[in-house]
Write a protein that binds this ligand. Structure first.
Ligand code: AHR
Length: 665
């Protein structure tokens, strides 16, 4: 009996062991990467960025000017300014308008100063949601002025909300004929850090002075350029190593109406000559009004080209197609008046590339960049649709290709990745043999997971795809409840493996929008969030960064049961080799709540390093987000892995994105 029991126990133990062993063997997935079967080159432009002045992206954000409404051109000319001191009388500040002689910068203020001491009569500027001031950093105050008779002295001071002075200087204007404007600067160093400072200008002594372009910039701008960009924000872009930068929009290219469309020629030359307009996001969303949102164009087309060059990205300017936003006025330029719009496009190519003897090339040189910017492509229109768009595109295409046959043009396929408008444009643009078709998708995370195969059957010989704007929406498009949570980021990562697998077709992709100011946003989700002093990358940012930093040079197959990995068992994967660094780079998303054991085989390499690395990106939960207080909550962590010949085991954690790199010796 005992013997029988012993045998039964033994058989039972064997069964249990076999079951465990069997289930383990079943759940371990075999994945093969074929490094010697190149599918397509990965374009150097593959992963880029899309910048639009939305969410205080430029004014109040990237453009480091701290004074709001510096030239009094807002609809309310003194918006952002307040009068201070017991000596201020009605009429001491008069807004003057010289529209007839200066249409680009018509307004200035005339100040009647009649105070004997500092603190009696002054103006305060509140900045863009305050001014971010940093201890030890130098600040350049400058102003354009006219003063006929000696007298007025300007005492400049930065103050925090309690009135504590953070830095100060005195500017003593010199007398002029009263006609000519002078520009004068004074600098000082801040003695404390303050996120919401304001600037006081105290008028001392008696006299009359005209003031315009009152400006305050930190000295520590990107590359220390005077009047430049916020270095911490540019650094976030540079860290992405973007292949291109699409600018300046987005809907602001179109404008609510044609009068407020983006016109690049009004954004170059001296800043005081750049014609400010209202930002279309000022009034777009009743639930997120931004009455003080304007475009000063201090960040204009020259600066965009320079930024692209600085961060090693190809510039991709988008021009108005002779159509205002079709969600707003839907105005179009009549076809017999489309000439100036087309000419703007031709002139822009000359501005970027023309030699310095040409009209626009000379202008570029005068602005400090005699060498060409080497512009290779341009977009015509943003989210335009219908036959009226095709008609206008044909006019642009004919003129641009006649003069610059190799120049690449990027056309919009509308607002959505499907539907009648998309189908109409997609068919037509392909008939036109469009170089690049720009697709936009703002969709739920489920859509991104379900569409990882979107490009598997696109024509390899036809137009190339630019995924120009995409972002997974945790709530719904334009909802203020959208969050940059891990669920949205992992869905984008899964979809991006599909783009990378289809590098033969997808030549460019960029998340949208790029920046949002915590105190001044209109649209969520956004890739990078900032306040006046800080920045942080969202989980979506780290997804973009991992794809872009490890984009490789050639896509190769990565297979499970001989099939591409695009959603089966909630796994998504792509692989590239990098001929420059001699690496194989594997990207795998596990979009399930279960850990997955895999054995990955790197086939076709003569010799592999015995050790590689895995960079893991993962949230504690699908709702995990980064924040100004906890900027790295969801951020990449890299560890080493050991290979046995061409094999290694990899446990893919639930809801994780892994980037594996192995050197090919
Ligand atoms: O990225 C925000 C907006 O979304 C862009 O301006 C527009 O192109 C899209 O509809």
């Amino acid at each position: 009996m005992i013997k029988k029991l012993k045998i039964a126990c033994f058989v039972f133990a064997i069964c249990i062991f076999t079951c465990f062993f069997k289930s383990d063997a079943q759940s371990s997935v075999a994945i093969a990467v074929k490094v010697n079967q190149i599918k397509a080159p990965v374009q150097p432009t593959m992963w880029g960025i899309f910048f639009e002045d939305i969410n205080l992206g430029a004014d109040g954000g990237l453009y480091a000017e701290l004074i709001k409404n510096r030239s009094f051109e807002f609809q309310s000319p003194l918006m952002g300014w307040s009068q201070q001191g017991k000596n201020f009388k009605e009429g001491d500040v008069l807004v003057q308008n010289r529209q007839e002689t200066n249409a680009a910068n018509p307004r200035f203020i005339r100040v009647n100063a009649h105070s004997t001491a500092k603190g009696e009569q002054g103006l305060t500027n509140e900045g863009f949601r305050g001014m971010g001031i940093k201890k030890g950093v130098g600040y350049d105050f400058s102003v354009m002025y006219r003063m006929k008779n000696p007298g007025v002295k300007l005492n400049i001071e930065l103050a925090d909300s309690t009135g504590k002075i953070l830095g100060s200087a005195t500017l003593i204007p010199v007398v002029s004929s009263g006609k000519d404007w002078k520009k004068q600067s004074v600098s000082f160093i801040a003695n404390a850090t303050e996120p919401k400072a304001k600037l006081n200008i105290w008028f001392e002594v008696t006299g009359v002075i005209d003031l315009d372009m009152i400006s305050l910039f930190p000295k520590d701008t990107w590359k220390n350029r005077p009047g430049g960009m916020r270095a911490d924000m540019v650094q976030k872009l540079a860290d992405l190593k973007p292949g291109f930068i699409r600018f300046p929009g987005g809907c602001i290219v179109e404008g609510r109406d044609l009068a407020t469309r983006y016109q690049w020629k009004k954004t170059i030359g001296p800043v005081e000559d750049r014609h400010l307009i209202i930002n279309r996001w000022n009034t777009e969303f009743a639930h997120r009004p931004a009455p003080d949102y304007y475009q000063t164009f201090g960040l204009g087309f020259f600066e965009y080209f320079q930024l692209a060059e600085d961060i090693g990205a190809e510039p991709l300017p988008i021009l108005n197609a002779g159509m205002a936003c079709q969600f707003n006025t839907a105005e179009v330029a009549p076809m017999d008046e489309i000439g100036p719009y087309v000419q703007d496009a031709l002139d822009l190519i000359e501005f970027a590339n023309g030699n310095t003897a040409t009209r626009w090339g000379k202008m570029r040189a005068q602005m400090g960049h005699p060498a060409p910017f080497n512009l290779k492509m341009m977009g015509v229109g943003n989210e335009n649709w219908g036959p009226q768009y095709i008609e206008r595109l044909q006019a642009f295409t004919k003129a641009i290709k006649a003069k610059y046959p190799d120049f690449k043009l990027d056309y919009s396929s509308g607002t959505d990745p499907g539907g009648d408008r998309f189908d109409y444009l997609n068919n037509y643009l392909r008939k036109m043999k469009a170089d690049i078709i720009d697709e936009h998708y703002y969709r739920r995370p489920e859509w991104f997971l379900a569409n990882a195969k979107r490009y598997d059957n696109y024509d390899r010989n036809g137009s190339k795809i630019f995924a120009g704007e995409y972002a997974a929406q945790s709530d719904k498009t334009v909802s203020i409840n959208n969050k940059n949570n891990w669920e949205s980021a992992i869905a984008e990562a899964a979809f991006m493996t599909g783009m990378e697998r289809n590098a033969a077709v997808v030549h460019m992709a960029s998340y949208a929008p790029l920046f949002a100011h915590a105190d001044g946003w209109q649209w969520t989700p956004d890739l990078i969030w900032v306040d006046n002093l800080r920045t942080f990358g969202t989980p979506n940012y780290y997804v973009q960064k991992l794809f872009s930093n490890y984009k490789g040079t050639d896509a190769v197959p990565i297979l499970m049961n001989n099939e591409e990995i695009a959603g089966k068992d909630s796994l998504y994967a792509s692989a590239v080799i990098d001929k420059k660094s001699n690496e194989v780079i594997i990207k795998v998303v596990n979009a399930s709540d279960k850990q997955k054991s895999t054995t990955i085989s790197i086939d076709g390499a003569a010799n592999l390093a015995g050790e590689g690395s895995v960079t893991l990106l993962k949230g504690n939960s699908l709702q995990s987000v980064n924040s100004l207080e906890d900027p790295m909550a969801v951020s990449p962590v890299t560890k080493s892995i050991q290979l046995k010949g061409k094999l290694f085991d990899m446990a893919l954690q639930p809801y994780s994105f892994s980037v594996i790199r192995v050197s090919i010796k």
